[in-house]
Design a protein around this ligand. Structure first.
Ligand SMILES: Cc1ncc(COP(=O)(O)O)c(C=O)c1O
Length: 397
């Protein structure tokens, strides 16, 4: 059994704060500060450029990839970290499209994160007017997997509602129609058990600053199924994905396996912080995390529904259909969230009216949920959100 009291003790959370926004930005692992400081002073400071070899910096992207891979059911050697998620979406979809050169349609849904759609729109514009991004409602995805589709690109857990797609069933359906799949695991990795290998997924991408707690700007990751890894052209063919980067050949020759999905110089400071976060993940088992996450979300929903009639549940009621977040609709959701934050309960707001709360068993327990629900009941029952200061929109919501 995962010892959640032990994992909670490994995070540096401000006193009095109940942090229900780990689905957006995970909190600081206590070990990260010293780890990063050591890396800077002892490695960067003393080793200078020799750190790439002596401190193993060059191997960090794949080493971290394997540690993340364990959480998402990826075979060793199939995940690499680097770049941002938007970039990795572009790379995965571009690579996937090249595997179906006879088809020109990328299928996605309107619950997808806008950046995924923007990136693919940009890619398809560069490829030419024959290409099409087809966006349907989430419940229409299965029926829209037709034989003209080259790539199915979906985010498994909807960032607003937490609704979850059935990765295994949709991947199977896609393959039956010779469609290549790209799964975005931004709201899945560290949130719900994922088994990329058992689902026979083709490509997957995700970020490490949400449930994985790698810190603001932490790198993304990409997975390529072993059966495709030496076949997929990386599309973003940077020098560190070259077979022999230090040969400085003028012609690009992709490296073997997942190494070819690397692009440029990895962010070592950020990856060092991520490695401190992954030490905590090494203590956790995703089956335990999921069981606890369901307990916490069920408790939160039942408390809020009993005390806050103004709120409408925007997440699926069936816990098996949602990720590790709970969202409620409320027309004054922005102001209500500001009032909550002022009382130390941190969630976030997604336009037009969604109040979003992430549940992260590594550092959130039942007492936190009970306290947060009590504060919410006070704010809603006494209209404490109804003041001008809570209605001024900030840049990041
Ligand atoms: C599902 C999903 N995809 C893509 C992104 C964009 O990621 P990045 O800003 O790291 O490029 C996000 C960011 O929150 C996201 O939630």
């Amino acid at each position: 059994m995962t010892d959640f009291a032990a994992t909670k003790a490994m995070f540096d959370l401000p006193d009095g704060v109940i942090y229900l926004d780990g689905n957006s930005l995970g909190p600081l692992p206590k070990a990260a500060g010293d780890r990063v400081n050591d890396m800077m002073v002892k490695e960067w400071g003393q080793m200078l450029i020799t750190g790439w070899n002596k401190a193993g910096w060059m191997a960090l992207p794949t080493g971290l990839g394997d540690r993340i891979g364990r959480l998402v059911g990826a075979e060793p050697g199939t995940v690499v970290t680097g770049d941002t998620l938007s970039i990795k979406v572009y790379q995965a979809v571009a690579s996937a499209l090249e595997l179906r050169p006879d088809r020109k349609v990328v299928l996605s849904d309107n619950g997808n994160f806008p950046s995924d759609l923007y990136m693919v729109d940009g890619l398809l514009r560069s490829l030419g007017p024959d290409y099409e991004l087809r966006v349907v409602a989430p419940e229409e995805v299965a029926a829209s997997i037709t034989e003209d589709v080259a790539v199915l690109m979906l985010t498994e857990v909807d960032y607003r509602s937490g609704r979850m797609h059935d990765m295994k069933a949709l991947t199977e359906l896609a393959h039956a129609n010779r469609v290549v799949t790209v799964w975005d695991l931004a709201h899945s990795a560290g949130a719900v058990p994922v088994d990329l290998s058992a689902c026979n997924a083709d490509f997957a991408v995700g970020c490490t600053y949400k449930y994985l707690n790698g810190g603001p700007g932490a790198p993304a990751f990409i997975y390529v199924a072993p059966r495709l890894a030496d076949r997929a052209r990386p599309a973003l063919s940077g020098w560190l994905g070259h077979d022999a980067p230090f040969a400085f050949d003028l012609d690009y020759r992709p490296g073997s396996g997942i190494e070819r999905m690397r692009v440029g110089t990895p962010p070592i400071i950020q990856m060092t912080a991520l490695s401190a976060a992954m030490d905590i993940w090494d203590m956790a088992n995703m089956t335990d995390v999921r069981a606890k996450s369901i307990e916490l979300t069920e408790l939160f929903i039942s408390r809020l529904e009993a005390t806050c009639p103004e709120l409408e549940l925007a997440s699926p009621r069936d816990p098996n259909q949602r990720g590790s977040q709970v969202s409620f609709r409320f027309t004054e959701g922005y102001a209500a969230m500001q009032a909550l934050i002022a009382r130390g309960v941190i969630g976030d707001f997604r336009a037009p009216d969604i109040m979003r709360f992430g549940f992260t068993p590594l550092y959130i327990d039942e007492q936190d949920v009970e306290r947060a629900a009590g504060i919410m009941a006070d704010i809603m029952g006494n209209r404490l959100w109804d003041t001008p200061e809570y209605k001024v929109r900030q840049r990041v919501t």
